[in-house]
Design a protein around this ligand. Structure first.
Ligand code: SF4
Length: 355
């Protein structure tokens, strides 16, 4: 977005006081993130032209103007290429007419990935696929980002070459489920080999992987590509099979453990991290303990552990929440403490091994 706007004559500001237009690039995955955005928008009331962009824009559409009338424009993730025109139009309109919402496009035009703007001069994120068709029952992403679409591998490689020509040496390939990537005969592992062969690149990694689509070929590619950062983020979400089924994740714990075992055997010394949700509706104390047991067994280098957050419109929103907020919080604290101990002991073991 910054690149698109700069190329259209806008200037980025170092601080919000100077800015005439403030754009909130938003996430709808958890309610907490949305609440923070509403509160921040409130703090600018009437002082700036305010744009709500990204997943919250797609989620709320024109309802965003009812929720906060100080918002001037609402632009969904598939429509960000329209931003420069929308802002120019908004800036010249009277205050009462400043309401534009664009949330109709099905996909982004390829040009948005070639603006040449990179905030970080060493590292860049490169999107390989947009959207998601998995419909995990708790997740709003398929509703706000649309179905899975793959960029052409030649476009991805061109974008990376453009990064490299500007001195960037590290890239992260991004997608909601990178393992499902396919562009004709180029699947995700093939793409990793193609990226690895680019001159000037020093290191790459990728996320997010989905356990139902991760496989041994992927692990071998991590091992055999010289520039892979040798880390894998493999979200498990729960240690209980019944909850995984309710989540519509498409694997059970036996499958998941087989994957992590293979990863560790193939990618010796590779880092392994995960995501986990605590307090999914109907999760019992025993099922919560299964999640704790999984962390103790696999010993992830890091785990990103979240309390379940109800997202209206998702399948899981139809399942009544069984835990009181205090109980969910207690489970969250218990499992965070457990993971802190695991990560700490892994770090000290690694430090001893390096001595
Ligand atoms: S794979 Fe990830 S993005 Fe897609 S529905 Fe599941 S949790 Fe959401």
């Amino acid at each position: 977005m910054a690149g698109l706007l700069q190329n259209s004559g806008f200037k980025l500001c170092d601080n919000d006081k100077e800015a005439e237009v403030i754009i909130f690039n938003t996430c709808s995955v958890r309610k907490h993130a949305e609440d923070r955005v509403w509160s921040l928008i409130g703090s600018y009331k009437g002082k700036k032209i305010i744009g709500l962009v990204g997943c919250m824009a797609q989620n709320y559409r024109e309802r965003a103007f009812e929720r906060d009338p100080s918002i001037s424009f609402v632009v969904g993730p598939q429509d960000i290429h329209k931003l420069p025109k929308i802002i120019k139009k908004t800036a010249f309109k009277g205050v009462l007419e400043r309401k534009t919402w664009e949330t109709d496009s099905q996909c982004r035009p390829e040009e948005i990935y070639h603006t040449g703007f990179y905030q970080d001069k060493q590292h860049a994120y490169v999107v390989i696929s947009e959207g998601c068709s998995n419909f995990c029952s708790y997740c709003i992403v398929p509703y706000v980002r649309g179905p899975l679409r793959h960029r052409k591998s030649s476009d991805i490689l061109d974008e990376i070459k453009q990064c490299l020509s500007q001195g960037i040496t590290k890239i992260t390939l991004l997608g909601q489920n990178v393992n499902a990537y396919r562009d004709q005969e180029v699947d995700f592992t093939r793409l990793l080999y193609l990226v690895d062969g680019l001159a000037g690149l020093e290191e790459f990694d990728f996320f997010t992987s989905h356990p139902k689509d991760a496989n041994l070929d992927l692990f071998k590619a991590i091992r055999d590509t010289a520039k892979s950062a040798r880390r894998l983020h493999l979200p498990v979400q729960s240690g209980a099979d019944r909850i995984l089924k309710l989540m519509n994740r498409g694997y059970d714990i036996k499958d998941y453990l087989a994957l992590t075992d293979s990863y560790r055997k193939i990618v010796k010394g590779g880092l392994l991290t995960t995501d986990l949700i605590v307090g999914f509706p109907t999760e019992t104390e025993d099922e919560f303990k299964l999640s704790c047991a999984l962390l103790s067994k696999v010993k992830f280098n890091a785990a990103y552990i979240f309390k379940y957050s109800l997202r209206p419109g998702t399948q899981a929103a139809n399942i009544a929440e069984s835990l009181k907020p205090g109980e969910k919080e207690k489970r969250h604290q218990r499992i965070l403490e457990l993971q802190r101990d695991i990560s700490r002991s892994l770090r000290s073991k690694n430090a001893d091994a390096r001595k």
